[in-house]
Design a protein around this ligand. Structure first.
Ligand SMILES: Cc1ncc(C[n+]2csc(CCOP(=O)(O)OP(=O)(O)O)c2C)c(N)n1
Ligand SMILES: [Mg+2]
Length: 542
């Protein structure tokens, strides 16, 4: 056996597990690991200007590709700076690995005030991840790294954390690098549960399928099930594109809401059913719920009439097989669903200027391009009307709804998909949370197009304060830099578009340009229509 340091074992484990890119910022505790990375040819290191950027990029990389996204930061402040992205990866079921440090082994827990010390560093890391551990000696490193990959990629995929004390990264020992801990296979769907589920479906007149992030790798099966049942498929954020949203059977949320009063069976596949339970909050009488989920605790959180614990693709495939002998050919319902979509689209066209700009973005973004949202008047509206054709192409911050996510995440999406177009949309507020990563984009030649809708305000907050708090404004209005000049000062291109036609031209030029581009779209303060009546629709009248 050869001697290796902990840092070397971690770097070699990343390579062994197919990692080709690490995002991060070096620092003293991490030097021996940073140097091990420098000595590996197979890893591209992308350094950022803030740890949140590194972690969001790792998230964007993983979320858009399905591969592991890895980042490394110093302990304490570095870890905490990356926390918003880590909790996003957790909420969005995305495999992100955080590699960080700790203070010297013999000082941990003593509270003597060491550089970057936290009262409970490992506890903090555990609180933001599915699994986290400390490597205390190089002989721990091979199996702990293998376990980290196994935890991250088995069952419900989520972020993991690895830390090592400052002195341990450079410590060497004879180690066996050949530890293989393959992902734990998902349990196969219980045939009795599948039989009961097939009965439930066969008895339903108007089932509706709701897909979430758990269904990303079950697109083929979901599409087949929908066609077999002639039932509509809807999604909120995470599941967009599992069913192509230009398919007649796909209903964007406002159209699905129109179908909802007639729905008698909700089939959730890899979804928490947030749309129905936290947004719509109104249920048709007699509705039954069937859920397929790889995470059995989901059925404790929200008890369905029937729950099938399974991988979404396996469970849906088993359901299709069981249904084939139970139901015959069903009449084509495309025309009915097309009409619902058309009337919902007509109503949504009242959400201006957002809907008009989003239409143009969809028109210019190639079919295989990526759209990265950010909570803002345009981001909220996108969830209701932006059509997505394949899973993973709509990159969302899921339930964290965190400002600062958009532009930084888009950079990671582009790193994972260098040949594809990537457009991010942000508000003026959100874009400024991560603007410094324009420097990273330029230095590492990551060409994304960032569209910034500048309404000189934290617009959502401002509207709420006007409507709910009697117009008492607090911390809602923003004095902004000149976004075009700001972009140019980084060496990027800056453009301005004052209407959808100008945005079309600006986007076409931006996607053809061989650089990072920021397009500012000025919007008069308070002028954007509220998308909320579509997100939280009023219950149907009795
Ligand atoms: C990290 C974080 N901090 C604060 C908030 C609260 N918040 C929600 S929306 C919003 C305003 C967003 O402003 P902007 O990005 O300009 O978008 P707009 O609504 O104006 O389109 C704020 C402050 C948040 N969602 N995330
Ligand atoms: Mg704004």
């Amino acid at each position: 056996m050869a001697k290796h340091t902990t840092g070397e074992v971690i770097a070699k484990s990343l390579i062994k597990n197919g990692v080709d890119t690490v995002f991060g910022i070096p620092g003293a505790h991490m030097y021996d690991f940073n140097d091990a990375l420098a000595r590996e040819d197979g890893i591209r290191f992308i350094h950022t200007r803030h740890e949140q950027g590194a972690a969001y990029m790792a998230y964007g990389y993983a979320r858009s590709s399905g591969k592991a996204g890895v980042y490394t930061v110093v302990p304490g402040p570095g870890l905490l700076n990356s926390g918003a992205a880590l909790c996003t990866a957790y909420g969005a079921n995305t495999p992100v690995m955080c590699i960080t440090g700790n203070i010297m082994s013999h000082l941990i827990g003593q509270g003597r005030g060491q550089l970057h010390e936290l009262p409970d560093h490992l506890g903090t890391l555990k609180g933001l991840t599915k699994w986290a551990e400390r490597i205390n000696h190089p002989t721990d490193a091979p199996w702990m790294m293998a376990e980290a990959f196994r935890q991250m990629t088995s069952g419900r995929k989520r972020p993991v954390g690895i830390e090592a004390p400052w002195d341990v990264f450079g410590m060497a020992a004879e180690v066996d690098l050949d530890v293989d801990l393959s992902p734990i296979p998902a349990c196969s769907p219980d045939p009795d549960a599948i039989g009961a589920a097939a009965e439930m479906i066969a008895a339903a007149k108007n089932p509706m399928i709701m897909v979430g992030g758990g269904a990303w790798d079950a697109a083929e099966e979901v599409r087949e099930l929908a066609r077999l049942l002639q039932s509509p498929v809807t999604a909120h954020r995470q599941g967009k594109g599992v069913m192509p949203e230009d398919d007649d059977l796909s209903l964007l949320p406002p159209a699905a809401w129109k179908f909802w009063p007639d729905c008698d069976l909700l089939i959730g596949i890899g979804s928490r059913l947030e749309l129905q339970h936290f947004r719509w909050r109104w249920f048709p009488e007699g509705l039954k719920t069937l859920r397929i989920d790889i995470d059995p605790t989901e059925f404790v959180r929200l008890k369905p009439d029937l729950g099938v614990v399974a991988d979404a693709a396996d469970g849906t495939r088993a359901l299709i097989d069981a249904l084939k002998s139970k139901i015959g050919d069903r009449p084509d319902r495309s025309a009915e669903f097309r009409a619902l979509s058309a009337s919902a689209a007509e109503a949504l066209a009242s959400v201006q200027p957002q809907e008009g700009y989003l239409k143009v973005i969809r028109e210019v973004l190639p079919r295989d391009g990526f759209f990265v949202e950010e909570v803002s008047q345009v981001g909220f509206t996108a969830r209701m009307c932006f059509t997505v054709y394949e899973p993973r192409q709509y990159v969302t911050c899921a339930y964290q709804d965190n400002l600062g996510f958009g532009f930084n995440t888009a950079l990671g999406v582009k790193v994972a998909n260098p040949g594809k177009a990537v457009i991010s949309v942000s508000g003026d507020g959100g874009f400024m949370f991560g603007v410094q990563e324009l420097a990273t984009a330029m230095q590492h030649k990551i060409n994304v197009v960032a569209v910034v809708f500048n309404n000189s305000s934290y617009g959502n907050v401002r509207r709420d304060q006007q409507n709910v708090y009697d117009n008492r404004l607090l911390g809602a209005e923003l004095e902004n830099p000149d976004f075009v000049a700001l972009a140019e000062s980084f060496g990027a291109q800056g453009k301005k578009a004052t209407n959808p036609n100008e945005l079309r031209t600006a986007l076409q030029e931006a996607l053809a340009a061989d650089t990072t581009v920021v397009i500012e779209v000025p919007v008069e303060i308070g002028a954007d229509a509220s998308p909320w009546p579509f997100i939280h629709p009023a219950p149907p009248e009795a």
